[in-house]
Design a protein around this ligand. Structure first.
Ligand code: CA
Length: 651
């Protein structure tokens, strides 16, 4: 029998798109009913028949029961069994287009090892003690986002984590870890508190396919290859087999981070799947994935498949998944991988739904406003990319590659430089970055407010900041100054500051640009190094603490860019005044970035000014006896450094 080609499937769905079966809004997945039944529901309008297979464990070769599912309405297959089948594992057997697939449930909320079998779960029973009272800490004046990978965070034995928790969710539940367990130098969550960041962004924690959950403990991957979109990854759990454990442990991690004062953001990868033989594809072939007009597999993700967010049931799937993580796991925000592969309509519906349930803006949403290549949108869907920022609802932000690349050079050309490492002519871009590319009518601006912009210099992709500077700059002492200048600019620019974990202690991945499947020894946070390079970490820490006291930069409203007044100056210098009212000790700020390899001297504007931070010390504003004041004099700014001054007289 001849099977349908991807193009034939595409045509088939296009001609059936308006039918009720493709707009189903009722329940899916597993329901444990009050009257003691377990109901399985699978959406597959194209299946000829479907069965549900039940197993006692995730590895048992033989199942204990096979139940045919009945066709009900709108493309849904249903099986209603007596008894609450909690902790029973299951798969669907789906016959479609002459082929039979055995697959997990696309809607699975729990699963066994490697996500092959889904599990019926009583979610209330997975709650750790105290979960009902768990609450995110109140937000402060600024959100400072720190990007972390679960395994990288606690793998290093110098981190002093309990052996059983190394590389696991549970490492976040240890509030008092220290270097080598000696009780002196904080590591882990205690270190994050010391540093002063406010949000932890977890790299993918939903079940992904690239690491064998029952294999070597040191196996590593970033995890951008989802299998089960609504189940936590099993390799971070202390037991990957029992579907309850990973859920309880991720919840425990979120609760512990909340308790320690952090909000938790989840990195979500809805734009593609690990492979094309997963649950979405096996149950409704080529519905959830884009096919080009010529029958090719759309590959804007560079991962071999793009999900079709603009199709109703796919959009529904993604929206409900986001809401599920927010509700069930208390996630405080979402970072969308390759958001440019999603359609604007879906992103706006997600924003609206989160606002309605949790309050406007309470849950952060931002994403990568790009994709890796062309994608085959249908129905004239508009890409949620940088060029359509104005079409995205307020409260959806984007990573700012303009600031990132202006600071240190293109991520696509290792030898390319930026403002801090010697490229001339970058002053205008840096100045636009200070205003977060915001303010209507300004040249270079494309955002309506800094609320849209994630300001950063490095993330997990591409070189770490230190590795990039190593490529472009030979002398170490100069690299250190460049790094400090980059940090100073990020933390004195508007937008929402974001940093890669370890950036602040000269994190290196031995020059590997995209270490997504490099060994954990390359990727792990090196806690020894965090101590050895504590001077740089402390410089970041001072800037972070200072930032929270500077409304000039924390302001996310559309009026924020008007706070900044650029001053005329010479080449290599960016110099501006910033209105820092109200609520701060310093009503006005004067900030000077000097990228030149020589000191520059300038006359400061009238008034009495206090040096808050310079190229060496970001704690001057708080140092005892460090209250350096300047009046009418000249200000000398050291080579490759930034100086922040605060006005101390009344304006
Ligand atoms: Ca997995």
């Amino acid at each position: 029998m001849k099977r349908k080609t991807p193009l034939e499937w595409k045509k088939y769905y296009e001609s059936h798109m308006d039918e009720p079966a493709y707009h189903y809004d009722g329940p899916l997945g597993v329901e444990l009913t009050e009257d003691g039944h377990t109901v399985f529901r699978l959406w597959s309008p194209v299946a000829r028949w479907v069965k549900v297979l039940l197993y006692r464990t995730d590895t048992a070769e033989e199942g204990f029961r096979v139940c045919p599912m009945a066709w009900t309405e709108a493309g849904v297959w249903e099986s209603r069994l007596s008894g609450r089948l909690t902790d029973v594992y299951y798969q669907f057997e789906v016959n479609v287009d002459g082929e039979t697939f055995v697959t997990g449930d696309p809607q699975a909320k729990a699963c066994g090892a490697n996500g092959k079998r889904s599990m019926v779960v009583d979610l209330a029973a997975t709650n750790p003690e105290g979960w009902e009272a768990d609450k995110a800490p109140a937000r402060g004046p600024e959100d400072i986002i720190y990007e972390l990978h679960v395994k990288e965070f606690s793998w290093d034995s110098a981190g002093g984590f309990p052996e059983a928790y190394r590389g696991k969710y549970m490492a976040f539940t240890c509030p008092n870890t220290s270097l080598n367990g000696e009780g002196r130098v904080p590591t882990g969550v205690a270190y994050l508190k010391w540093l002063g960041v406010t949000h932890v962004q977890l790299m993918p924690v939903f079940d992904y396919g690239s690491v064998n959950e029952t294999g070597r403990q040191e196996a590593f991957n970033w995890g951008y290859d989802p299998v089960n979109y609504n189940v936590p990854e099993g390799s971070y759990a202390t037991d990957p087999h029992d579907g309850n454990v990973r859920i309880r442990e991720l919840k425990s991690a979120v609760m512990a981070l909340h308790k320690a004062g952090f909000r938790v953001i989840m990195d979500v990868v809805y734009n593609h799947s690990f492979s094309l033989d997963g649950p979405l594809q096996c149950t409704v072939p080529w519905y959830f994935y884009r096919v080009t007009e010529t029958g090719g597999i759309s590959n804007g993700s560079a991962c071999g498949n793009d999900t079709a967010s603009e199709r109703y049931m796919c959009g529904r799937f993604i929206l409900e998944s986001v809401l599920y993580w927010a509700e069930e796991y208390h996630m405080d925000g979402f970072r969308f991988d390759l958001m440019g592969l999603h359609d604007v309509g879906l992103m706006n519906r997600i924003r609206q739904a989160l606002n309605e349930r949790f309050g406007p803006g309470e849950k952060l949403i931002y994403g990568e406003p790009w994709r890796a290549g062309d994608t085959a949108f249908e129905n004239e869907a508009i890409s949620a990319d940088k060029y359509h920022l104005a079409d995205l609802a307020p409260g959806i932000g984007i990573f700012c590659d303009d600031t990132r690349d202006a600071l240190k050079g293109s991520v696509f050309d290792a030898a390319d430089t930026g403002y801090v490492n010697g490229k001339p002519g970058m002053e205008k871009k840096i100045a636009s970055g200070v205003r977060a590319w915001s303010g209507s009518g300004r040249s270079g601006s494309y955002a309506d407010s800094p609320d849209r912009i994630i300001t950063y210099v490095t993330a997990h992709d591409n070189h770490t900041l230190w590795d990039k500077l190593k490529v472009t700059t030979r002398e170490r002492a100069l690299r250190v100054r460049q790094n400090r200048l980059a940090a100073s600019i990020c933390l004195t620019s508007q937008g929402r500051p974001f940093m890669l974990s370890g950036e602040e202690f000269l994190r290196t991945k031995d020059g590997i640009e995209n270490a997504y499947r490099s060994p954990i020894s390359i990727n792990r946070l090196d806690w020894q190094r965090s101590h050895a390079e504590r001077a740089m970490a402390d410089y970041y820490r001072g800037l972070i603490a200072l930032r929270k006291r500077l409304p000039a930069f924390c302001d996310k409203t559309s009026a924020a860019p008007d706070r900044i007044r650029m001053l005329e100056t010479e080449k290599g210098i960016v110099c501006f005044l910033a209105d820092n009212r109200p609520g701060s000790t310093w009503e006005e700020l004067l900030v000077v970035y000097n990228a030149n390899d020589r000191p520059v001297t300038d006359t400061i504007p009238e008034g009495q000014w206090q040096v808050l931070s310079d190229g060496e010390d970001s704690w001057l504003w708080k140092r005892e006896g460090g209250d350096r004041r300047l009046e009418r004099g000249n200000l000398t700014v050291a080579p490759v450094s930034a100086v922040i001054l605060g006005r101390v007289d009344e304006m």
